[in-house]
Design a protein around this ligand. Sequence first.
Ligand code: FAD
Length: 422
Amino acid sequence: MSPYQDDILLVGAGIAGAAIAQVFLQQGKRVRVLDGGPKPASGASAHAFALAHPGLIRARPLLQRLTYIAFALAKQTWQPYWREEGIFQPLKPNTGLNEALLNEQLASVGFNDASAQILRAGEARQLTGVARDGIWFPQGATINLEKTCATIFSQPDALMYQANTQVASIRHDGVNWHALDRQGQSLAKATSLVLACAHGAKQLVADWQIQLPLKPVRGQLNQFQISANSAWAAYLPSAAISGEGYCLPAQYDEVSKTYSWVVGSSYDENETSLAAWPSSDAHNRQQAAALLHYERGNLAELKLAGSYVGIRCAAHDRLPIIGEVCALPGLYIATALGSRGVLWSALAAAIISAQVQARVEQQALAGASDQAPSAALARLARLGLSADLLAAVSPARFLTGALPAALASNSKPIFPLGSSAK
Ligand SMILES: Cc1cc2nc3c(=O)[nH]c(=O)nc-3n(C[C@H](O)[C@H](O)[C@H](O)COP(=O)(O)OP(=O)(O)OC[C@H]3O[C@@H](n4cnc5c(N)ncnc54)[C@H](O)[C@@H]3O)c2cc1C
């Protein structure tokens, strides 16, 4: 049987794949998605409580700029799924509140009164239930990643989604990229192949002498149940809080007279166990007390009612890996979304769709020199994505030295067809 031929071939049906599929569908492209799992969002995106906010990141200016732009993109990309209820970011403990300096820092990033407000502990207590100095992001939101993926991948007319389809390797035939099964049979082909498959991308590009420095980071969220009679009840938040860890607003149930409260998460590098760990329960209880600045609270009154464990995929520099693989035109990567799946997935969709569009237009101009990267750059500059930001997330940052010089070049496509790369 000859393989399916589509405009875009996408590996991975998590939130990265969902954002990318959605943007191409909006452009009227034929998109095929292959995923090894039994249903959409069977990896880290099997998660109902993801937070998204632009945050103040004072120690890393480049990450701050990227986050600010990605938040604006995410708000647009995820609009139908966006529960905008505001998010509070308390200042780190023992950091004095210097309002003038903080205002200056917020303004330098681009925030205004509508997007970020400094709250003193008393004001924060009224608005969020938590008496800590900090910043209120009124546009902050939560998203159910699992539901979002399920909705996007259930559009049978527009999108060909194949579950239980593990891609074992990738190959280029000079025109198309192929996704191959374990027997080396081509499952599908397209001129543009996007690897939005978290850790899976590492193995698929290793055949092409590209070493992506990805590591697993296990995370556990807990749902706690708290009696209305508990002393905790007076401290529980009425808004989502994001600081050292995060939590959702506590929800009260009239029938059981208890609060339900989601708190997380652990950050266990190089761990891949999906089992719930008692040590993570304990960590999240401690984190809960610290978030609310209620360290003397009796942790035993946070009764365990459930947990979610996922394995994040992170690069060593803790930035996502997004963009076309230089020297392998038509191959794109969107991985290492770490703890910011909502934001980085939207960023990935914007960058990769601009790069694909630029590449397709350039191919239509027969005989033109390789202008695709600069055409994409011009497009992305309109979103505020300057060359330094694109370089910071590009897969190219890991290629220098990993590829022979000719392969690392931006100007000449070279496909090692006769090599181990199938
Ligand atoms: C506890 C926890 C809390 C979090 N909280 C937040 C939060 O508040 N806000 C936020 O923005 N983010 C949060 N995240 C991060 C977010 O969940 C991830 O960044 C995001 O889900 C990653 O999406 P993805 O699509 O890159 O990967 P995944 O969802 O893991 O999807 C990858 C897909 O690729 C498929 N795949 C892999 N290899 C292959 C292959 N060879 N062939 C076919 N298919 C393949 C897998 O089956 C999988 O479906 C949290 C994560 C955890 C663990």
